[in-house]
Design a protein around this ligand. Structure first.
Ligand code: ZN
Ligand code: ZN
Length: 751
């Protein structure tokens, strides 16, 4: 009789792995046991069909499980009679992976809607395949006492399900019911609990044009009717959010009714991660035009918790569902005065959120989800690397779209989205989450990688790890490195980082860079030409300032400069003085700033209330053009110089032509995109020739622009380039922390 010991690592706890093993072992008539350990799951099986069992295991697993390693060894057989599930044990090594939070599954959905079921309309229904995980786990191993469900003692019925290996709630840690689970509450904005049916009342108040804060998986949302301009504007004002788009929650039926939903978009919406999916939306009476000013698309998500489903039984209309936070600050997840100030009422409950987590955002590009934000439903799943780092590395991430990343062995764990670390609240939230990751992974960083920018507030978090070595990584190298790392690409490649702004090696502001190399080293081999960004940071919020600077570079004091200067604002003369003297400001090569300036010159807008606002509107304008091959025969001029092995791409000629061209704004916007794509292709051809490299990698916030990306991919494909784009992380600054961590890890191996 053969006996095998099998050790499985990965996401194998809290996902129904042990009952799955239990059933499989019974199927093959094996004896032995399965148990959770702090490093995963350990199985011993004995019988005639142990090999078949192992083969089956390699091919099959429960839907939410993710096996990263499986080790099998032969051990002496012992007399055993049956197969059992043993209790969890504490172990020294603690590298079991924690699953992300998962939207309500089909089985639970069926029970939720079944009047005969004891969990009919139960707002916290969940099972081994769905429900909260990452957000409620306080420590590992993943077991009820180490979750925020420890406060709720199971009733007899729940306990029976929890302990029956044949039940689909076997060891589902958040299992509960009406009798024993969390309780809903409805508060007014004084924080007083009202004696009402909380969900029915919240629904009624929503229909009466109130704003309700609703506790979700990873924090509070602010909700209101999505068709009321005044309410949408009120939420914007409360959140100090400018024009930044707000997400909508609606049933699949409603979404199909409002948008032309494509198959892949529906697949993303209904996936277990249930992200926000950005969809094209024609004008519709149920969708306020104030949700996404100037844009043709809106982010939609499905009701992904049973509480949301219950709410939609009372409100049969799309709802704004936006993270409760103030602009730049982290999502609120506790009931406090800050939260009460944002809403008329609060629909809440007493299951604590331990790790706050925003919704994820994707857009379908090339039939696949393309991340704009990777958070709830995905975090803390790791990204597997092509190399193993002997040191634990923490990448602290940049200032905008911040995430951090913990690199352990051959796995990198990017954190949830944290927001903008230009304020103490977000920096503190980052530290809180780093502590949680250290605990979950049982590690302390040996190396802390930070952005090269000397004044980023989150740099000081490195001081909390005094034993850890500090390494500075340049922003755009981190972009390209994150791309290579997530694709397990060894390089060398031509890396193109088209981005907002990042601090450069030469202390200038970079943001349109060409690199050559691999994770070993990334050499800057080209750039967009530097132009003067007058008045620094202010110019980022007031794109007309950079537009004026570009005009001055084109025409000096000539007529177009003064003509536009008067159009921008009466106060532009003082900025023009600064541009002439070049006394306040910085030289920069940012591609994002060029988009800003073009939008301003086209009269699309001169002020920006959130990063990427004008470029998004510019993209929208370009997408209104119906494309034919005749259209593609024209493009604006640009110049490329290649001297001393260094490439400089100058888009200024194109900007001059945009100003002088006599076609409509949408066409100009289209040709700007098309010309930039052509310019990047031509630049890549020169670098390909010189370095004998055929592989191009694209990263940076500008590549959230899927129109530019699509044009570029077409051109690269037609010219036999191999192109790499992000698939697991966003191209924006949320990917920086991974790049920082891998570059610091590689540098350590070399030193
Ligand atoms: Zn379920
Ligand atoms: Zn119960």
């Amino acid at each position: 009789m053969t006996r095998l010991k099998i050790k499985a690592k990965g996401i194998v706890q809290g996902v129904g792995f042990r009952p799955f093993i239990y059933k499989t072992a019974h199927h093959y008539k094996l004896t032995g046991f399965v148990k959770n350990t702090s490093s995963g799951v350990e199985i011993e099986v004995q019988g005639d069909k142990v090999e078949k069992f192992v083969d089956f295991l390699k091919e099959h697993h429960p839907p939410l499980a993710k096996i990263t390693e499986i080790k099998v060894s032969k051990i002496p057989s012992v007399p055993t009679e049956n197969f059992v599930i043993l209790e969890s044990e504490e172990d020294v090594q603690r590298d079991v992976l924690i699953p992300p939070d998962i939207a309500i599954c089909e089985d639970c959905y069926r029970e939720f809607n079944n009047p005969e079921n004891r969990r009919f309309h139960y707002p916290f229904i969940n099972c081994t395949n769905c429900g909260p995980r990452f957000t409620i786990i306080t420590d590992i191993p993943y077991d009820r006492p180490f979750t925020t469900m420890k406060d709720f003692e199971m009733c007899d019925d729940c306990h029976r399900e929890y302990t029956d290996p044949n039940d689909r709630r076997y060891h589902a840690q958040p299992v509960s019911c009406f009798k024993c689970g969390p309780q809903l509450k409805l508060l007014n904005n004084q924080g007083n609990s009202l004696e009402v049916n909380p969900v029915a009342f919240a629904g009624e108040m929503l229909l009466q044009n109130k704003i309700i804060a609703i506790k979700g998986l990873g924090g509070f949302h602010l909700a209101c009717l999505a068709d009321k301009d005044q309410l949408v504007l009120a939420i914007r004002k409360k959140k100090q959010r400018g024009n930044k788009p707000l997400a909508v929650m609606a049933s699949l039926n409603m979404i199909q009714h409002i948008t032309c939903l494509r198959e892949e978009e529906q697949a993303a919406l209904t996936s277990p991660s249930a992200p926000i999916v950005i969809l094209k939306v024609p004008p519709h009476p149920l969708i306020s035009k104030e949700l996404a000013p100037g844009l043709d698309s809106v982010g939609f998500m499905l009701p992904y918790t049973p509480l949301h489903l219950l709410l939609f039984r009372y409100v049969d209309k799309p709802l704004v569902m936006t993270s409760a936070n103030l602009s730049h600050q982290p999502i609120m997840y506790k009931q406090n005065s800050d939260l009460l100030a944002l809403a008329d009422y609060v629909l809440t409950h007493d299951r604590q959120i331990h790790s706050p987590c925003d919704d994820s955002v994707v857009k379908i590009f090339n039939q696949q989800p393309y991340f704009f934000r990777r958070s709830r439903g995905y975090v803390p799943q790791p990204i597997t690397l092509s190399f193993t780092s002997p040191k634990v590395v923490l990448g602290l991430g940049p200032m905008l779209n911040n995430t951090f990343c913990m690199l352990v062995g051959n796995q990198a764990f990017p954190s949830q989205y944290l927001g903008t670390t230009d304020n103490l609240k977000t920096v503190n939230r980052e530290q809180q989450n780093i502590d949680q990751f250290c605990k979950m992974l049982s590690v302390q960083p040996h190396i802390t990688a930070v952005d090269k920018h000397p004044n980023f507030p989150n740099r000081k978090l490195a001081d909390n790890f005094p034993q850890s070595k500090l390494v500075e990584i340049q922003h755009h190298r981190a972009h390209i490195a994150s791309l290579l790392a997530e694709l397990q690409e060894d390089g060398p490649v031509i890396g193109i980082a088209m981005d907002g702004t990042g601090f450069g090696d030469d202390r200038k502001i970079w943001g349109g860079e060409f690199f050559m190399g691999s994770l070993q080293s990334l050499e800057r081999v080209g750039q967009l030409k530097y132009y003067f960004l007058p008045t620094g940071e202010t110019a980022i919020h007031q794109p007309w300032r950079y537009a004026l600077s570009l005009l001055h570079s084109l025409y000096g004091n000539g007529k177009p400069t003064s003509h536009f200067a008067d159009k921008f604002t009466p106060q532009s003369s003082s900025v023009l003085d600064i541009i002439k003297k070049q006394n306040i400001g910085v030289f920069n090569s940012s591609c994002g700033r060029l988009f800003d300036a073009v939008a301003s010159l086209l009269g699309i807008g001169h002020y920006s209330t959130y990063r990427g606002e004008l470029p998004s509107v510019l993209q929208g304008a370009a997408e209104r053009v119906s494309v034919d091959s005749k259209l593609m025969q024209k493009s604006y001029n640009y110049s490329i110089s290649f001297n001393d092995n260094y490439l400089v791409l100058d888009m200024l000629p194109a900007i001059g032509e945009i100003i002088e061209d006599k076609i409509d704004v949408c066409l100009k916007a289209f040709y700007w995109h098309f010309s930039l794509a052509k310019a990047l292709l031509d630049s890549s051809k020169i670098l390909r020739e010189h370095y004998h490299l055929n592989k191009v990698g694209l990263s940076g916030g500008v590549f959230q622009n899927t129109l530019l990306l699509e044009m570029l991919l077409d051109m690269f494909n037609n010219n036999n380039f191999e192109v790499l784009i992000h698939r697991q992380l966003p191209p924006n600054d949320s990917c920086i922390s991974l790049g920082q961590a891998v570059l610091a890890a590689k540098a350590e191996v070399r030193s």
